[in-house]
Write a new protein. Structure first.
Length: 233
């Protein structure tokens, strides 16, 4: 875990930026929804490096969350990560945001469902189980109707992720909730997960896209209008 690592997690309501040195997070910053675009993100990174007397060329690599989450936030975060890795020739590692959120589950949790609101009564959902090697996905990330996901919840399974706030009243009482402060990925958990994945090859770097599972709201609306024989606005 040696070296200098920049961490970018732009999937949530707040964009999180971190800097790790020799295995520990030494700098953190948060950008709210109104400020997480490129013209705020890059100066934040620069200020963070300067505070540690580092230049961009001193970065060992960049760890970036690929979602699911905010379309705009993910595009900005991944575009910035790709540009830095390409220009500096450093490593780029990407993580699934839900894996970082699972990492933040309480010590007594053995199984956790991470969800995010996918709108239209749907959720992004993925279950993780604790093993001797750490948290591992029980299944692939998917989009399902919230009513269907609620049927899958076994007694005692923990619920986490930003979607819990939306569906909390419908989650059974015998399914404990991860504390609200731990339902969005932080720099520490993103860094921990990032250290367990392989760096992207040059070809993978250029092909990298956010983990959407489906198009943006505008794209979905256009598809719906085409299906109905209407002309998109």
């Amino acid at each position: 875990m040696s070296g200098n690592w920049l961490i970018l997690e732009n999937s949530g309501r707040v964009a999180r930026v971190g800097l790790a040195r020799e295995g520990a997070i030494v700098r953190r910053a948060e950008l709210d929804t109104a400020r997480r675009h490129a013209r705020e993100l890059v100066p934040t990174i620069d200020a963070m490096l300067r505070a540690e007397s580092l230049a961009p060329r001193d970065l060992t690599g960049v760890i970036a969350g690929r979602g699911p989450g905010s379309y705009t936030g993910l595009r900005v975060g991944l575009s910035t990560a790709k540009a830095l890795a390409y220009a500096l020739g450093c490593e780029l590692r990407t993580i699934d945001t839900f894996a970082a959120i699972a990492e933040q589950a309480p010590a007594d949790a053995q199984s956790v469902w991470v969800i995010a609101d996918a709108l239209q009564e749907q959720v992004y959902a993925q279950r993780f189980d604790r093993t001797a090697a750490g948290w591992v996905p029980f299944q692939e990330l998917r989009i399902v109707a919230a009513s269907e996901w609620l049927k899958w919840l076994p007694k005692g399974a923990w619920a986490s992720g930003p979607g819990v706030a939306v569906y909390d009243s419908r989650v059974p009482l015998d399914c404990p909730r991860v504390p609200e402060a731990d339902r969005e990925a932080r720099a520490e958990s993103a860094f921990a997960v990032g250290m367990r994945v392989k760096p992207l090859s040059r070809e993978e770097l250029f092909a990298l896209e956010p983990l959407y599972l489906r198009g943006s709201s505008a794209e979905e609306k256009a598809k719906s209008e085409v299906a109905k024989g209407e002309r998109p606005a």
